[in-house]
Each structure stands twice: as structure tokens, then as C-alpha cells.
Design a protein around this ligand. Structure first.
Ligand SMILES: Nc1ncnc2c1ncn2[C@@H]1O[C@H](COP(=O)(O)OP(=O)(O)OP(=O)(O)O)[C@@H](O)[C@H]1O
Length: 228
């Protein structure tokens, strides 16, 4: 569950990226966040895992109050949130297996549990056969699937994807979308910032449009509605 009320974000350089956001997202929803470049989409998503802190307003994510959360509790908030980026952000010297296991090792799961869970999740993104490869030996779509596996290995309630298909060709982008849909069907909330008109207009879901730091449109089964 995500709830924002009267949320403003002004960066230290004086740029106001969010201008009074009110939104409620239920557990299990699939939401696209659309808007022109610089509209505030990334800022909106970054507030949810406390990558950035709001300047004003209230934000609740999975029962955490993000305005009052203590620094030492932020890692616990983040255990329930997976994040996927346009540029994958894998560790280049680690194998596929190690990139995914890393997220569990830092929370000190037992080796047995780690092995089982990593192979399960690699199976889910159809990369079990490439567990020993390093990122450079994979295609862009495969790298993005590793980054999705890493994001969901801990069973997060929320998966944030910031332009996950931005660096991929159309076929590969659809592959990624089908995986995100499967993850959503298992109950994970998905929040996806995107410029991909074809995907938004085909795979109809809730669309939140942001312009100049404000939500200007919020429709279930909405449209992309921009030229780019
Ligand atoms: N760390 C930062 N410091 C200062 N200003 C920032 C910072 N991050 C973003 N901004 C500014 O905040 C505004 C919103 O940026 P944001 O990245 O949220 O937009 P966006 O909608 O995600 O854009 P894009 O589609 O290009 O990724 C822009 O004017 C941007 O320059």
C-alpha cells in the first residue's frame, strides 16, 4: 500500500520536482507512471524507497511512515521493495547467480535457502541455464531479467521499475513485460515509469500521468496519450 498526501519535493538546487501529489495505490495494483521528460516521474518513485526524502507532505509505504522513519529502519523498508532500472546496474564481475544471491547474503539468509531461492527466481525469469555467466556475456534483455530476479528475490511487496524497457528492442521489451505481469499476478504491486506508448496502450493498466510535478490524470485502464 502506498499513500501520498500533499507531497512536495524541492531539490537542494531549488528545482521543485513535485508540487502537491495525492495518490493511493493498493497492494497488488499495476501502475504506469507517464509524463514528459523532467515531469517528476523518477522523483515520484524515488520517494517511495527513501532514495529521496519529500520536502513536505505525508508518505506511507507498507505501513512505514516515510517522513518519520529512522535512518536505521530504512534498510527494513527497502527489503520489501525491489527496484529495476533502465541501465540494469548489475555488478560486472559477479556471475548471474552471484548478482542475485547478493541481495539475500546481505540479510544473512542460510546458504541452503539462498541457493534454492536464487535458482527459483532464475527459473522464473527463464535464466537458470545462464547462472554462471557474467553480465557482459548476456544480451540486454537477459541482463534486465537478471536485474528483475535480483529485485524480486526477497519477495518484495512492491516492485519499482524506472523505464525498464528503455534500452531494449520491442520484442525484448515484451518479454520483460510478460515477466512483470507474472510477478504482478503473484501479488506484488508494480509501479513502472515508462515512455513506451505501445506497451501502455496495449497492456492496459492504471495510468498516472505527471506534468510539472502534479498528477494531471489518473485512470484505470488508461492510455499513454503523448506523442513521444
Ligand atoms: N538530484 C537532483 N537534483 C536537482 N534536481 C533534480 C534532481 N533530480 C531531478 N531533478 C529535477 O527534477 C525535475 C524532475 O526530474 P525527474 O527525474 O523526476 O523527471 P522524470 O519525469 O523522471 O524525467 P525523465 O523522463 O527524463 O526521466 C527535473 O527538472 C530535474 O532536472
Amino acid at each position: 500500500m502506498i499513500e501520498m498526501k500533499g507531497v512536495y519535493k524541492t531539490y537542494p538546487n531549488g528545482v521543485t520536482a513535485l508540487n502537491g501529489i495525492d495518490v493511493y495505490i493498493e497492494q497488488g495494483e499495476f501502475v504506469y507512471v507517464v509524463g514528459t521528460s523532467g515531469a517528476g516521474k523518477s522523483t515520484f518513485t524515488k520517494l517511495m524507497f527513501r532514495e529521496e526524502k519529500a520536502s513536505e507532505g505525508s508518505i506511507m509505504v507498507n505501513d512505514y511512515d516515510l517522513m518519520t522513519i529512522k535512518e536505521r529502519n530504512i534498510p527494513y523498508l527497502r527489503r520489501n521493495i525491489g527496484v529495476v532500472y533502465q541501465d540494469f546496474r548489475l555488478l560486472p564481475k559477479l556471475t548471474v547467480y552471484e548478482n542475485v544471491a547478493f541481495a539475500l547474503e546481505v540479510i544473512e539468509e542460510s546458504p541452503d535457502k539462498i541457493r534454492r531461492r536464487v535458482m527459483d527466481v532464475l527459473d522464473q525469469v527463464r535464466l537458470k541455464n545462464k547462472a554462471r555467466f557474467i553480465p557482459d556475456e548476456l544480451s540486454g534483455g537477459e541482463q534486465q531479467r537478471v536485474s528483475i530476479a535480483r529485485a524480486i528475490v526477497n519477495h518484495p511487496k512492491l516492485l519499482i521499475a524506472d523505464e525498464p524497457t528503455g534500452n531494449l528492442d520491442p520484442d525484448t521489451s515484451w518479454e520483460i513485460m510478460h515477466i512483470l505481469e507474472e510477478i504482478n499476478e503473484k501479488g506484488t504491486t508494480i509501479l513502472m515509469a515508462t515512455h513506451n506508448k505501445g506497451i501502455v496502450n496495449t497492456l492496459r493498466r492504471r495510468v498516472i500521468a505527471i506534468e510539472d510535478g502534479l498528477i494531471v490524470r489518473d485512470e484505470s485502464r488508461g492510455e499513454y496519450d503523448y506523442e513521444i
